[in-house]
Write a protein that binds this ligand. Structure first.
Ligand code: C2E
Ligand code: MG
Ligand code: MG
Ligand code: MG
Length: 278
């Protein structure tokens, strides 16, 4: 009887699982083609100094415009790129492209590039970063790599070595999505980040949730004490910005200033130095 149940259950699940796996495979194949055909693009979103309103730099964000399906979010295709290892090729291209673009901006502006834990573990990251810097001629201190807490959670010693080696090149290192991982504060002591990016989920309800308020206050205070730059992600309105200003947060990034935009628009904004189009 138990056997029968088992078989029934198996039959019930299998077709659905099969469809899911199939959909993923299709997406994977198409992503591979998109990578080869250079159908991937980068959008750039400005990061603004809260005290002065000046643009400090832009974050490069991957965009995939699929021929039939339209825009596919990085939240959807990056996990697939990571599982298949395709992220190594894509990540190398992102580094090259972002550095080449940033080289056209005024010399005080930097570019932020997201680095996947898979790239990080692949042992080619250091060489990829060096290659992108030398082929673009971008000074290393104008490149900021954005990593997540996950990198410090696994294989800590080897990863700390990689981080130190990257820093040795002169690039900046930012911790992205801060507050979403585990025992975040511990990691801040292990490696001295140049910047901490407060996750947008905390900014989203900073005016309505006392928990989020407490987190934002704590992180801003910590950054001030440790002399690390703090950046708030996902700033969408004036009130959020005002709260951040009062907490001494250094920079802000979000729809309130600008949505991620094509390279040409970013270049124009970078040259004019004005972040607010309002
Ligand atoms: P992230 O690095 O934390 O990037 C910030 C995300 O917040 C971006 O989503 C950006 O478009 C979005 N955002 C900016 N301002 C606002 C706002 O005011 N409100 C809201 N609700 N969202 C805002 P996006 O572009 O969809 O990227 C999602 C994630 O995909 C990124 O999160 C990053 O983890 C990953 N990603 C993007 N590009 C790359 C890449 O080149 N390489 C790797 N490894 N990951 C990437
Ligand atoms: Mg990021
Ligand atoms: Mg983030
Ligand atoms: Mg994120």
């Amino acid at each position: 009887r138990a056997k029968g149940e088992g078989r029934n259950r198996f039959c019930f699940f299998e077709p659905e699982m099969g469809a899911l796996v199939q959909a993923r495979r299709t997406l994977e194949m198409e992503l591979r083609k998109a990578t080869d055909a250079q159908d991937l693009q980068l959008a750039y979103q400005p990061q603004v100094d809260i005290a002065t309103g000046n643009i400090e730099g832009f974050e490069a964000l991957l965009r995939w415009q699929h021929k039939e399906r339209g825009f596919i979010s990085p939240e959807e295709f990056i996990p697939i790129a990571e599982e298949t290892g395709l992220i190594k090729t894509i990540g190398r291209w992102v580094l090259e492209q972002a550095c080449r673009e940033a080289r056209k901006w005024p010399a005080n502006l930097q570019v932020g590039v997201n680095v996947s834990p898979v790239q990080f573990r692949a042992n080619t990251l250091l060489a990829d970063v060096e290659a992108a810097l030398s082929s673009s001629g971008l000074p290393p201190e104008r490149l900021e790599l954005e990593i997540t807490e996950g990198i410090l959670m696994q294989d800590t010693v080897a990863n700390l070595d990689t981080l130190e080696a990257l820093r040795g090149l002169g690039v900046h290192i930012a911790m992205d999505d801060f507050g979403t991982g585990y025992s975040s504060l511990g990691y801040i002591r292990k490696f001295r980040f140049d910047r901490i990016k407060i996750d947008k989920s905390f900014i989203h309800d900073v005016l309505t949730s006392s928990d989020s308020q407490a987190v934002v206050q704590a992180v801003c205070g910590l950054c001030t004490t440790l002399e690390i730059q703090s950046v708030a992600e996902g700033v969408e309105d004036e009130q959020q910005l005002e709260f951040l200003r009062q907490e001494g947060c250094h920079q802000a990034q979000g729809y309130y200033f600008a949505r991620p935009m094509p390279a040409v628009a970013a270049l124009e904004m970078a040259t004019s130095g004005i972040a607010t189009t309002r």
